[in-house]
Design a protein around this ligand. Sequence first.
Ligand SMILES: Nc1ncnc2c1ncn2[C@@H]1O[C@H](COP(=O)(O)OP(=O)(O)O)[C@@H](O)[C@H]1O
Ligand SMILES: [Mg+2]
Length: 247
Amino acid sequence: MITLYQLSKSFNGKKVLDNLNMRFKERRITVIIGRSGGGKSVMLKHIIGLIKPDSGRVLIDGIDMNTLKKKELNEIRKKFGMVFQDGALFDSLSVFENVAFPLRQHLNLPEEDIRYKVYSILNDVGLNGHESKMPSEISGGMRKRVAVARALILNPEIMLFDEPTTGLDPIMSDVINNLVVSMHDKFKFTGIIISHDIKGAYKTGDEIAMLYNGKIIEVGTPEEFKDSKNPIINQFVSGSMNGPIIL
Ligand SMILES: Nc1ncnc2c1ncn2[C@@H]1O[C@H](COP(=O)(O)OP(=O)(O)O)[C@@H](O)[C@H]1O
Ligand SMILES: [Mg+2]
């Protein structure tokens, strides 16, 4: 359903994606790992059409994102839910209104249906009772839950998470990783998670893919990653400064 074909992108003469190929399995969770500044967010932004490639293609259900007009792109974006790295909540809106926002934007529902949907998803992510709070009044972990609820509210086929646990302590990271897995069990989306947390990747990923030097150099199950013969994977997984990765 999501295919990246010979994708290349440079910024200021620096190649960030270099003929990258990848196919994401439908209704599974794929975790993309790789170094900071390695192009993970750039890759994700290509998938939702926020960045256009210099060359290559992003195919969503066989449709080339690059050929779409603005209106068609908006239509296809409804398939996506995205949790941004910083959560990107609206500071001036309550938890309830943050989650209701995509509904108000895209659907013309009666207020009672909006209330029902928002209360239901907030319950799913463990935030019942916090509806009227403002983002500034809740913890970082709770803000992540709001961001997840808002991304899920239109029941998207595809969920993209850009480093959902960065900035959280290890225990809260585990809570959020578990939330992603339980939401996936319930809603069965195709999930793409960007992470540099290998422990979280093992926990949440059906598949793991490593982005290195602008390419996906390996795709496999967590078990296959643990047993990888590739010294680059081994170095990344063990978090060692010694190895083939040039610092
Ligand atoms: N809009 C942009 N303009 C110029 N350079 C960019 C832009 N977006 C990303 N980059 C550069 O591309 C590289 C990869 O960035 P990014 O995808 O954010 O890395 P990460 O793997 O940490 O998510 C970085 O060197 C970054 O500075
Ligand atoms: Mg990033």
